[in-house]
Design a protein around this ligand. Structure first.
Ligand SMILES: [Ca+2]
Ligand SMILES: [Ca+2]
Length: 502
C-alpha cells in the first residue's frame, strides 16, 4: 500500500475523532493491529499497519451441482484478487459468486495483490451429485458404494464421520462396514451443530415417496438429538420434515426452551440400542426435480453422550431418472444485425441424442431452425452453441427441445430477445389480435399476477402455470391498467396495459 493510500485510510479512520481523547494507543506486535481506547467513545481498532494476508470463506461448504455459492474475501490489505476455484475457472472479483457443474471436492485458492499472499484450502467445497429415484441401499444409501453421494458439514463441535465405531451405544453398522457416525471415537462435544447431506433427488413423477433410514443412538435424554430437513432449491433453504411427534419419527415433543432445538421443534431423542428404522412419508415433495435431505445433529451446553450411527438411507418412490440431461444455463448474444448466437451448458447427459433449436416471433408458435448433436452419455460439463443466421426480427423467442435416444423429449425455458438485447425481465407480454387476451411469457413458473385499474383498484389476479399464459381481459372495461407480476423471491415488475375491448 502506498503512503498516499495509507494516509487516506487513516483520514477515514480518524474522521470525527478531533475532539475525542485517546487514553490508550497500542500496536499488537505479531500482526501490527492498532487499538485505541478513547475517553467515553469506546475502543477502536485499525488494520492499516497490518501486513497483507489472504483469507476468505464461503457461505456453504457442501452444495449441489449448479448451486450458487457466495465467496467472501476477508484478506487484510488486499487491492487485487485472483481466485482459482479448482475446476478450471477463475475470478478477479473481490467477493465472487460461483457455480460448480460436476460433483466432487474442490480446492480453492485466493491470491492477493498479484501474488503477494496466497491462501489455499484443499477439498474446501464438496459438490454432491444428482441421483435417480428409487434410491436404495445398493445405489449408495448403504454408504459402501458411491461414498461421496453424502457429505458432512460441521458448524461446531463433533463432525459426522464415515466408518465403524467401537463406542458402545453407536458401535457397528447395519450394512457392510460403514455408517455415518457423530464421531467414530468418544462422546460428542457440547454445543455441537453438525450435518450430513444427501444427494439431490429427482422427484418429478407423481406418486408416493418414503424416506427411511436406520439409526442406533444414545443422546442426553430431553436435551440433545437430531432432526431431518429437506430442501427443494439445491440447498439454499431447508425445512424440518415435520415438527411434531409421529410414529417411527420424532419422539420428543420439546416443550421447554432449554434444549438443543427451538421450543416445539420436536426431534429424535430416545435411545435406540439397535439399528431401528425411521421413516417419513414425503409424497408432498412429488413434482420437484430437486429434492435433498440433511440430518442435523445438535447438542446443548452440558452433559455429553455417545451420539448416533446412521446407515441404509433410502428414498422409495416412482421411477425418476437422475435428470437425464442437466441443462444448467441457456443464454444468448447478438453477434450482428441478423445473427444471434445461443449458448447452453449441460452438466451431465444420459442417452442424449441432441437439441432441436426452436424459434418463435410471437412467443406462441415455435418452429425448428436447426439441430445440435449431443454426446450420448457423459458426466462432464459441456458447452454447446448455435447461431441463428436469420435473426433480423425485432422480437425473437428461442427454446431447446432436448431429445433422448429413445425418443423422449423435454423443453428448456424460453429466452427472449428484444432488438439486440437479451431480455432479463421477469416477464414479457404481447397483445393477441382480435381477442381480449394478452400473452404473458415468463422463464419462471408460479408467478403471482395482479391487474390494477388506474386508480389503484385490484380488478383481476391469479397465478401463472407455465411459461406461456393467456390472460383474458373480457371482464374489464376499456381503458388503461397496470399489470404487476411478482415471483416468490419478491422480484416485481409492473407494466402498463391497454385494454382496447372488443
Ligand atoms: Ca453401511
Ligand atoms: Ca447435552
Amino acid at each position: 500500500m502506498g503512503n498516499e493510500e495509507r494516509r487516506n485510510q487513516l483520514d477515514k479512520y480518524c474522521n470525527g475523532f478531533a475532539n475525542v481523547r485517546t487514553d490508550m494507543l497500542k500496536m499488537r506486535g505479531f500482526d501490527k493491529q492498532v487499538m485505541a481506547a478513547t475517553h467515553g467513545r469506546g475502543i477502536f481498532t485499525s488494520n492499516v499497519f497490518m501486513p497483507p494476508s489472504a483469507d476468505f470463506f464461503v457461505n456453504r461448504r457442501v452444495a449441489y451441482v449448479s448451486s450458487i455459492l457466495q465467496f467472501t474475501n476477508t484478506s487484510v490489505g488486499a487491492l487485487s484478487y485472483n481466485w482459482d476455484f479448482g475446476d478450471g475457472t477463475f475470478s478477479t472479483a473481490q467477493n465472487p459468486s460461483k457455480q460448480y457443474f460436476a460433483p466432487g471436492f474442490y480446492n480453492v485458492t485466493l491470491q492477493i495483490n498479484g501474488g503477494a499472499q496466497t491462501k489455499t484450502i484443499n477439498a474446501y467445497i464438496q459438490i454432491l451429485p444428482y441421483r435417480s429415484v428409487p434410491y436404495l441401499v445398493g445405489n449408495g444409501g448403504n454408504f459402501e458404494v458411491n461414498p461421496t453421494d453424502f457429505g458432512p458439514e460441521t458448524i461446531s463441535g463433533t463432525e459426522f464421520q464415515r466408518g465403524n465405531s467401537t463406542v458402545s451405544g453407536k458401535n457397528g453398522v447395519n450394512s457392510g462396514s460403514n455408517a455415518w457416525v457423530t464421531g467414530l471415537v468418544g462422546n460428542y462435544a457440547n454445543n455441537t451443530h453438525s450435518m450430513l447431506y444427501s444427494p439431490n433427488f429427482n422427484c418429478t413423477a407423481s406418486g408416493t415417496y418414503t424416506l427411511r433410514f436406520r439409526v442406533k443412538n444414545r443422546f442426553e435424554i430431553n436435551y440433545d438429538g437430531y432432526i431431518v430437513e429437506y430442501s427443494t432449491d439445491l440447498g439454499s433453504s431447508w425445512t424440518s420434515l415435520g415438527n411434531t411427534v409421529l410414529t417411527n419419527w420424532y419422539d420428543f415433543a420439546n416443550g421447554t426452551t432449554n434444549t438443543a432445538f427451538p421450543r416445539f421443534q420436536a426431534f429424535f431423542n430416545a435411545t435406540n440400542t439397535a439399528f431401528n428404522q425411521k421413516q417419513y412419508n414425503v409424497s408432498f415433495l412429488a413434482g420437484n426435480p430437486k429434492v435433498a435431505f440433511r440430518w442435523v445433529f445438535k447438542s446443548d451446553a452440558g452433559a455429553q453422550e455417545v451420539g448416533m450411527a446412521l446407515d441404509d438411507i433410502e428414498l422409495l418412490g416412482p421411477n425418476n431418472t437422475a435428470l437425464p440431461v442437466q441443462l444448467i444455463q441457456f443464454t444468448g448474444v447478438v453477434l450482428s444485425s441478423d445473427k444471434t448466437q445461443l449458448n447452453w451448458l449441460v452438466a451431465s447427459e444420459k442417452n442424449n441424442a441432441g437439441f432441436e433449436i426452436e424459434k418463435s416471433e410471437d412467443g406462441l408458435h415455435f418452429y425448428s431452425i436447426g439441430f445440435v448433436k449431443g454426446r450420448g452419455n457423459s458426466e462432464q460439463t459441456a458447452a454447446y452453441r448455435f447461431t441463428d443466421e436469420n435473426a433480423d426480427q425485432e422480437k425473437r423467442y428461442y427454446r431447446l427441445r432436448q431429445r433422448d435416444i429413445n425418443g423422449t423429449e423435454s423443453l428448456s425455458k424460453v429466452i427472449f430477445f428484444d432488438g439486440n438485447k437479451l431480455s432479463q425481465k421477469l416477464f414479457q407480454f404481447a397483445y393477441q389480435t382480435n381477442e381480449n387476451t394478452i400473452l404473458l411469457t415468463s422463464f419462471e413458473n408460479d408467478l403471482q399476477y395482479t391487474i390494477y385499474s388506474q386508480n389503484g383498484q385490484l380488478v383481476q389476479s391469479g397465478k401463472t402455470t407455465g411459461e406461456l399464459n393467456l390472460l383474458r381481459l373480457d371482464n374489464l372495461a376499456k381503458g388503461i391498467y397496470l399489470l404487476e407480476v411478482k415471483n416468490s423471491k419478491g422480484q416485481r415488475q409492473v407494466e402498463k396495459l391497454l385494454n382496447l375491448g372488443n
